[in-house]
Design a protein around this ligand. Sequence first.
Ligand code: GLC
Length: 628
Amino acid sequence: MTQLRPGPDDVSYLIDDLRAADADHEFLAHAEQHLPRLHDLFTRLYGERPDGLERLASVLDLARTSWTARPRTLKALDRERESAPDWFENERMLGGVCYVDRYAGGLDGIRESIPYFRELGLTYLHLMPLFESPEGNSDGGYAVSSYRRVNPALGTMEQLAALATDLRRAGISLVVDFIFNHTSNEHEWARKAIAGEAGYEDFYLIFPDRELPDAYEQSTREIFPDDHPGTFVQLDDGRWIWATFYHFQWDLNYANPAVFEAMAGEMLFLANQGVEILRMDAVAFIWKKLGTTCESLPEAHLLLQAFNAVLRMGAPGLLFKSEAIVHPDEVVSYISPDECQISYNPLQMALTWEALATRDGRLLQQALERRHALPAGTAWVNYVRSHDDIGWTFADEDAAELGIDGYPHRRFLNDFYVGRAEGSFARGVPFQENPRTGDARVTGTTASLAGIEAGDAGGEDRVVLAHALALSTGGIPLLYLGDEVAQLNDYSYRERPEEAGDSRWVNRPFRSEQEHEDRTDADTPAARVFSRLSRLIDVRRSTPEFAGNDLIAFGANVASVVSFLRPGEGFSVLVLANVGDSAVEIDALTLSGMAPEALDLVSSQPVWLGAGLTLAAHGVRWLRVRMR
Ligand code: GLC
């Protein structure tokens, strides 16, 4: 058997084969451009394996078959995206995320919600996992039993494809999760693997005894300690299997190229249903190596790049969004045009909450100064909160520079957001509190975390402030649908046995008809938050300075004020946000680098900066200024 080896020979023979087989000229062009890269990545990942080259050839074949089957409209979209690869970097991009069942009952309900999505201005819709998964607890669908079947309670794959078309016609790109670190224990591959069926034994990481699991656990982290200690769970037959998250989510073994091939097939299948962005779930965990944390290993990047190369051949218009909720240095390591073009920005998210709790904007300001820049052709996805918990992922070394000790600070933030600290306005709930390590995270809806549930006077302003930051720092703002009408925590999960053990359900409320009706009734929090956020969204959409990611930190000289400039043609937008509980003055000298005549974009009123500026408690201003 020929083995993979560095160098162009193996690739040229594969390309020659494509030519001889009269492959479609566009596919051939994609392969000529991306196959050498895929070959190189395969050599680095699987060069030692006798089946590496054979697998590479079948992956190429998969990409070709998938391209041939790709609907014409999607090929047209691919061409459009290839000619404007920065299509997602403009000021009109706005994301929304929701659970299909909780938000709309099913896929039909989502289709019926399109007019509302348009009213909001969405251009991107992330539907939470909607695939077939185990009954009862399925980690909110993050345990996938089939990537090709939609959970029958929500609809069918045909409906999903039709929805993707309808959304696209409405100017909205469909985003779904690609949960590729693990499958559910009910997936066909999982059943075959534990039955020892030929070809599947190596799809997962199964060990006969505790020897290797014990060795790995010397350096791995417990992710869901409420579910099981450590990284492995025991099978009925006494063996041990790798399960980073829940015991029913079994990690795939990417050291086996057959797993790569199988998952590349699932990815291309989803691409051909009309999905435009794949949210790459749990990217940090996909490669394991004894003696390491088994997180963010170099091979994890090679794998993502290899999946990326497959896409560029079979469905070139797609984007990858990285979900890496880890140290900020690691988060950015996944972001590049060749790997994941867009990424959650967990640092900005967490530090927005940190600033609101401490009433001190310096840590967030520092992050904007030094951790916001990204490579060309990529973008942040800025969110105020997700369906998950908030992990305090700031770098201890950054905090230390401001005299903050990371460990007690995280404890303070956890206490604050679950309402245990003095002066807390928050009504969050602890998630995965680990008494052994002192580790914990926090979960809650934006309105409940920001003080609306507790009746704090600043609650609504904080909701607006947090969104104003997500809408203005640069990238794709992502709204958790329901937050725009200030939906509160939903404690009903405690009555449902399959949810009671996972407090993240508290921040996944069902869509509230009442609050959506109230949004036009001026005297409710829903209406006030909705009208203020809608205004911000409208302003963002018509503010070209908000496109792209360029940001210049601006020192407002007030600890509670986060401030930066978004440069544009001739003008810049100055963003000022006061996380403090009292009004502050920005003095005239601080603002003297800009002409005194400015425009408040939100109120459309002129502003005179010559005598300084008052910023209200929890106030935000978006000012168009001319730099002198
Ligand atoms: C991601 C998801 C989370 C899920 C985990 C395991 O972090 O956001 O909800 O529990 O992956 O799939």
